[in-house]
Structure formats: C-alpha cells, structure tokens
Ligand binder design. Structure first.
Ligand SMILES: Nc1ncnc2c1ncn2[C@@H]1O[C@H](COP(=O)(O)OP(=O)(O)OP(=O)(O)O)[C@@H](O)[C@H]1O
Ligand SMILES: [Mg+2]
Length: 267
C-alpha cells in the first residue's frame, strides 16, 4: 500500500508528453504576454485566400490605429513575404526579430531561406519545431493584434498552433463554392475540438450575397463577418508585393467592414 502511494505521488497527472505541451504552452503564453489578441486565418482548403485575407486584414487593422504583427505560419510554403514586398535574407539570430514592413511587424521563414523558389522539404516534427521557435523565440514587443496566416490541412502545422498558442480564435475563409464551405466546416470542427473559438467566417472571391459563408455559419453556428469580392486586382497587386487595400479604396472598404466587426467585438 505504501509502495502504491509512493508511486501515485511520483506519477504526473497527465501523460508526460501532454504535460510537456502544457508547460511549453504556459512558457509561450508568458513570452507573448505583450500581445493582446492572436487571431488565426484558416481553412483546410488550399487557395481560398487565407494569405490574402491575413495580409489585407493586418494592414486594415494598422490603418484603424492598432499595432499589428503578421506571422507567416505557413512555414514550408511562405507567401506572406512576397505579398508584402519583402526581399532579402537575414541571418538567424535569436531572438528572431520581425521586420517592420510599412508599419506591420512581419515574420516568415522566407526571411531566412536563400531562394524564394527553393523547396522547403520538412517532415512534421521539423515544421512543429519551426512553429515553436516562432512562438518561443521571437521578440514581437507589444502588439494589439498578431494575425497568423495558416497553411491548409488539418495536420501538423495547424495542430501545433492550436496546441501551443493561447489563441483568441480563428477566422475561417471560404469561397462561394460548396467544396470550399465543406472544407471550412471541417476546419471549424477541428478548431472547436481543440477548445478554441471561431470568430466568424469570411467569404472570399464572393459574388456579393454570402453563399459558402452562409453554409459554414449555419453548420457551425458562427457569424458571417463579411464578403470580399472576386477581383483580379488582388492577384495582380499581391504578385508585385503591393498590399491591395493600401492602393484601392473599394478593396479597403470591404476589409474595413470586417476589421471593424472584429475590433467592435472587443477581439
Ligand atoms: N478576392 C480575390 N479575387 C481574386 N483573386 C484572389 C482573391 N483572393 C485571393 N486571390 C488570388 O487567389 C490566389 C490564392 O490566394 P491565397 O494565396 O491568398 O490563398 P491561400 O488560401 O492562402 O492559399 P494556400 O492554401 O496555398 O496558402 C492568389 O493568386 C491570390 O492573389
Ligand atoms: Mg496561403
């Protein structure tokens, strides 16, 4: 009996790997205590406009007077750097320092890899390690918002982010298409399962009246935050490193409606 009690006292309440994640999460929470809100932009489906929404939302929040950071959490296909016109490679020095691009602090693996087209071929543990470095070892300073551009899928990278970071919540991105909505619903279910809030859904490449976003909102019981029209200016400008909302007022108005809804909710 005495032996049994001794053993129970030495046994951690959780599996050791779970306890490790909890410790790491607490450590990261303390390190990022200068960031008021952390919002992920997410869908399991590729190409629906996650990066477009993340970048333009970050700059719209800047224009509303907030201090904003933008983290390219798509560590093996980092597109944020190109979207914000970032060039050049930096030496890796810890703590990592985001680069201030037109008033938004940006961090991306593209800052540390020498060729934009060189494939970053990493297995899951390496991706998870890079994401942990980004959270654990970056000097973000004080921010009102950190916007995270997530990769597609429901595996390693999104899972690491959901496990490690104390998120305010996720904004789901869909297009009007049914298949995009189905995948956004799948993503939303993962977010809920991880005990994190869904802040709402944005319909990108929209024809006006929300269709895919309505499907997502009905299924997950969340709000439609707004729609962004299909407009070829997005791809033309982003490809040349110009942030669309900074040069086109019609595009800016659409993002301002969404940003004001987020800020208005106290998120
Ligand atoms: N509203 C829009 N109208 C027209 N083109 C758009 C719109 N939104 C995004 N695009 C274009 O669609 C392509 C995919 O967008 P983006 O890279 O933002 O998607 P993503 O979801 O981040 O993709 P991935 O899953 O590969 O990370 C890009 O070329 C982008 O410029
Ligand atoms: Mg992307």
């Amino acid at each position: 009996m005495e032996e049994q009690n001794k053993e129970a006292a030495n046994t951690p309440p959780f599996h050791p790997s779970f306890a490790r994640v909890l410790n790491q999460k607490q450590q990261i929470k303390e390190k990022l205590s200068g960031i008021r809100h952390k919002i992920g932009i997410y869908s399991a489906k590729g190409g629906v406009g996650k990066t477009t929404v993340a970048v333009n939302l970050a700059y719209t929040l800047r224009d509303l007077g907030f201090k904003v950071g933008l983290l390219d959490a798509d560590v093996d296909t980092p597109n944020v750097a190109m979207f914000v016109g970032m060039n050049g490679i930096q030496e890796v020095i810890y703590p990592l320092r985001p680069v201030e691009m037109h008033g938004v602090k940006v961090l991306s693996t593209a800052m540390f890899i020498d060729e934009s087209t060189k494939p970053i071929i990493w297995r899951g543990p390496m991706v998870a390690k890079m994401i942990t470095e980004f959270f654990d070892n970056t000097a973000w300073g004080d921010l009102d918002y950190l916007i995270l551009d997530l990769p597609p899928g429901t595996s390693d990278a999104p899972l690491s982010i959901m496990q490690l970071l104390d998120m305010d919540g996720f904004i789901l991105v869909t297009t009007p298409q049914h298949i995009a909505a189905v995948n956004a619903i799948r993503s939303g279910r993962m977010v809920k399962r991880m005990g994190i809030s869904i802040l709402g859904v944005v319909e990108n490449m929209s024809e006006g009246v929300p269709k895919g976003a309505k499907e997502v909102a009905q299924e997950l019981g969340c709000d439609v935050l707004g729609t962004i029209a299909h407009d070829n200016k997005f791809s033309a400008l982003s490809d040349s490193g110009v942030i669309p909302i900074t040069v086109d007022n019609a595009l800016k108005v659409q993002f301002t409606n969404i940003a004001e809804r987020i800020a208005g909710q106290g998120i």
